[in-house]
Design a protein around this ligand. Sequence first.
Ligand SMILES: [Cu+2]
Length: 694
Amino acid sequence: MTQGLWPALLGRFDWQALPFVRAWETPTVSEIIGAGAASIVIVGAIGLMALLTYLHAWRYLWKEWLTSLDHKRIGIMYVVLAFVMLSRALVEAVLMRMQQASAIDAPGFVEPDHFAQLFSTHGSIMIFFMAMPFLTGVINYVTPLQIGARDVAFPLLNSISLWLTGGAAGLMMVSLVIGRFSTGGWSGYPPYTELAFSPDVGPDYWIWAVTLGSVASTLTGLNFATTIYKMRCPGMTLMRMPLFVWTALCTSILMIFAMPPLTVATALLALDRYLGAHFFTNDLGGNMMMYANLFWLFGHPEVYILILPAFGVYSEVVSTFSSKELYGYTSLVLATMAIAVLSFTVWVHHFFTMGQNANLNAVFGIATMTIGVPTGVKIYDWIWTMFRGEVRFTVPMLYSLAFMMTFVLGGFTGILLAFPPLDYLVHNTLFLVAHFHNMLIPGTLYGMLAAYHYWFPKAFGFRLNERWGRISFGCWVVGFYTAFMPLYVLGASGAARRTQAFYEPAFRPWLYVAGVGALILLGALASLFVQLWISIRDRDANRVFAGDPWDGRGLEWSVSAPPPEFNYAVLPQVAARDPFFDGKRAGDPYAAPATYEDIEVPRNSMTGPVIGIVGAALAFALVWHIWWLAILCALGIVAAVIARSFARDVHRTVTAAEVARIDRHWRAAVAEAKPIPRHIETTSANRGLAEVPA
Ligand SMILES: [Cu+2]
């Protein structure tokens, strides 16, 4: 036996894997930044645990939140996760911008390898652990309420998805402290990420984090497609569903079909790395183009998984804050479906320059441009929804307007890139970086922030501070233009992407401007946290318990804020597209039901947390080749599933008397609240009861 005890126990771990040790041995700025980031993770984790212990919050957190199967709580936890990861990935973006601004004919302060880790984690986190949790959280919170359901089709599966995502995000955080992350970008292309070229743990962290995340998203897709098909309340036909539900449905279907190719790609890459298979190597029969095809067969639909829910949010927001019914509902539905289908037909545009036939490129170029048509239809419909409406410039509405202008601009540059000959010129430059940030920031981030401001009062029972919302909005928009417009210029001038240093002095002013933009974006995030803090501080002045602060249109506004655990005391029945809005105009939407019945809700379960945590530990063991731990964790997951299958008492009954008490308490509050007109809806007069114009 040449191997000692430690390798058997700790796999390929050695002290050099700790950034503190590296920073101690070679104290360069780059290493110190790495050690600093690691200490933030450790201090943050310890600080959080100490705080929770001090507040005696563990029991509450575990019983009320972490083991909860309530779709509303799961949704909120997803969004919290998204904000945490957004903070990290945005700081990384700022670091990269600062590095490039300081590295013109100079080395800068971040070493090339470290820089490569930064862009890899930034991309992987923003896509998989910021955008996906954010939209999954919003879908989780809103969809069942909008379709008049009590929960999702598979509540336990929902919790498992959340925890797998959380475990994967945790793995990303651990990679800051132990070992290193991949330098292969968010797409992890072989052969670079094969063992021969990246023998370290980095690509393994990437593989397992992404695998956990993609499995979770597949399950989420199945869960929500089923929920929307099967759990709609009586009368809620497909063509009466709110547009957000339509986009949630199309996103779910995209998840079902697009995530598995990614799982297959990462799994085959893992086989290459762990067992010496040669799926994607350049020899022994492998071919990396198979990876490119699999990855982008996921990757392009993924773009629309990210964007469609935001389209849904904008549809709700624009219609509510214009006090008008959505213009062109049917065309919006058709456009959503068209985009979902077309998104599968364009993936080759991600490797136009890899040497395939020009005719093939032309076909995929045309297919790509075609997506602009349904997207244009949507923009057209939103504009007509506002036309002659009583448009109120609230924060969610501002995000919607900024989105429309910015997204169209990004769309134009997308058409440029869809011309293969033009793509040859700019495909590997900052032009591309500018383009996809131009699509994803308004097309996902603004949408999710609009959703956050729009539904926050529903989720927590009080409104967010309007002034800080506007400050934050201003920073997001100004920051976006300042940070990314220069990248178009740089890219068109030939500045390569993923580059740690430049040798062209003419780039300097543009890189400086972009750097300032990144700082403004950081300011935008900071203002969001200030806003949250101030809003919580002033929550009593801004309560909207009655539940309808914006004169809403859909069912979700017809219950208290926050809604009771079971959502609806009596399942609603709908006869039109904007049931609650019409109800308010037609008569008394707050009439009490004649009778109440017992309601069954899912009991809390620790299966989700156990599978997520053990799954993350399994991934960690695989990264470090700690085989005993990997086997133990794999058995643990099987055991958890078997144990759960013996659970009998999985439901809890809320008695009719309890339902009646909760419902009557809310109705009493509604009766007492003073209806307020729209022009003072952002003041503290707003208690969540909308005045209905005569
Ligand atoms: Cu694409």
